[in-house]
Design a protein. Structure first.
Length: 224
């Protein structure tokens, strides 16, 4: 394995896995010329053992590697929950192989020899997708941190609000006064940084907050 660094202003990394040294160098030089950092590997084993930094990245993978196919590597990556966009390249590809790769989530499938611009375009699209996915993950992680700061009561109120219940209805379900519900909801919305009920509901949906079971008459009596 070797490492090459392009433009220091770019935090993105393109991983290249190919057992052909000349191809590794050619692809690496091309991507480095575009200001990308490049990590190259002669085998899938080397790549899978590499500790990937938490930055936008993509994998350029030869479909025919010594001792293992690129499609098998794609399956291993999925099994290991490594969420990295994959661009396949091959000199021996066929329609069936490309269809299988794309169905399994590959971003693109480039036949050798490919045009430099086709590779650069494919990498740019893959990196944008990975950055978008990371931003979405960060947003959800932030929502989870905020949700964890809610009290059990506030979480219950949030779930009922997400289910479309009004304060009066929630009060009846929770056997509390409407004023108390308003206070809980206000605190929950503040902690979730929601300035509107619509935003509050959207955040609940993004977190997968499920509505609590409706209270039965008998349970209300017990809670009272």
């Amino acid at each position: 394995m070797s490492s090459e660094t392009g433009d220091a202003a770019s935090n993105s990394i393109a991983y290249v896995v190919d057992d052909d040294e000349s191809m590794r160098k050619a692809v690496s030089m091309l991507l480095r010329s575009a200001g990308l950092r490049v990590e190259v590997f002669a085998s899938a084993h080397e790549f899978l053992a590499f500790q990937m930094p938490d930055v936008p990245s993509c994998l350029i993978l030869d479909v025919r590697l010594k001792g293992q196919s690129g499609l098998a590597v794609q399956e291993q990556i999925a099994a290991d929950a490594l969420r990295v966009p994959i661009i396949f390249m091959t000199a021996h590809g066929d329609i069936a192989m490309s269809v299988k790769a794309m169905k399994a989530g590959a971003m693109d499938f480039l036949a050798k020899p490919f045009r430099d611009q086709d590779m650069l375009d494919a990498v740019a699209i893959a990196l944008r997708k990975d950055e978008g996915r990371r931003e979405a993950d960060r947003s959800v992680a932030d929502l989870r941190r905020r949700y964890e700061s809610l009290t059990p009561r506030e979480r219950e109120v949030m779930a009922f609000v997400a289910n479309g219940l009004m304060n009066k209805q929630i009060a009846a379900e929770m056997n509390l006064s409407e004023i108390t519900i308003k206070i809980h909801r206000g605190h929950a919305m503040k902690k979730m940084e929601s300035r509107s009920v619509a935003d509050f509901v959207l955040k609940a949906e993004a977190l997968g907050v499920k509505s609590p079971q409706r209270a039965t008459t008998s349970s209300r009596v017990l809670r009272a």
